[in-house]
Ligand binder design. Structure first.
Ligand code: PEP
Length: 221
């Protein structure tokens, strides 16, 4: 079961380290619980260092990466330079598609870059029609109406969409639910047969709330 924190454009280094020091020691040590934190690029290396030093069961991810390799691509963060810091990368988030005109074609290129550099791509799909790039084995179903609104999709509909995606792309595709998931609704969300965890935005920023989410899942395992 995956629990992935997407901090978006939040937390400076001091705030990020404070979160790690509070959350790290409290993550339940369950074999199948995979916890990932995705800070901003500016905090990535300090967060990675703090997690390594604390020996906490948390992986580090990025919220994006470049569709290109290294070279003359000002402002971009290529997978080759990120791979020592991260194990996962969120790709094709609806906020990137909307605010940065990210296209399905760019998401395919980013997915290829991630895979070539041993980074696990986590592709966000907004509905069952959003294409999942080849060789992508982890997606988050995040309908736009549910993101940051306090209005999550129903567990049944999450399960239905996840079932369609698995039918299209293979039963080994893991599907996360996302959009306004918190410690109150996480249990109903992950109790669904086709759901392999959750991608969490707002509720991941608060250390105590995030620990509650992880503990709810840990109890189930
Ligand atoms: C997200 O945008 O990835 C997300 C899950 O956001 P929130 O939980 O804040 O709706």
């Amino acid at each position: 079961m995956w629990i992935i924190a997407n901090w978006k454009s939040n937390k400076n280094i001091a705030e990020a380290l404070d979160w790690v020091s509070k959350v790290g020691p409290q993550i339940p040590k369950a074999d199948n619980l995979k916890v990932v934190v995705c800070p901003s690029f500016s905090a990535l290396s300090e967060v990675k260092k703090a997690i390594t030093v604390g020996n906490f069961p948390i992986m580090v991810g990025s919220q994006d990466l470049s569709p290109f390799g290294t070279g003359a691509y000002t402002g971009e963060e290529p997978a080759l330079l990120l791979k020592d810091l991260i194990s996962v990368s969120i790709l094709g988030h609806s906020e990137r598609r909307k605010n940065f005109s990210e296209t399905d074609e760019m998401v395919v290129k980013k997915t290829e870059q991630a895979i070539q550099n041993n980074i696990l791509p986590l592709v966000c799909v907004q509905n069952e029609e959003t294409p999942v790039p080849q060789n992508c084995k982890l997606v988050a179903y995040e309908p736009i109406f549910a993101i940051g609104t306090g209005n999550p999709d129903t567990p049944e509909n999450n399960n239905r969409v996840a079932g369609i995606l698995k039918g299209k792309y293979g039963q080994d595709l893991e599907v996360l639910c996302g959009g306004s998931v918190n410690s109150e609704n996480i249990k109903a969300c992950i109790d669904q047969q086709n759901i392999a965890g959750a991608l969490i935005g707002n509720a991941s920023l608060d250390a105590e709330e995030f620990v509650k989410i992880c503990q709810t899942i840990g109890e189930k395992m």
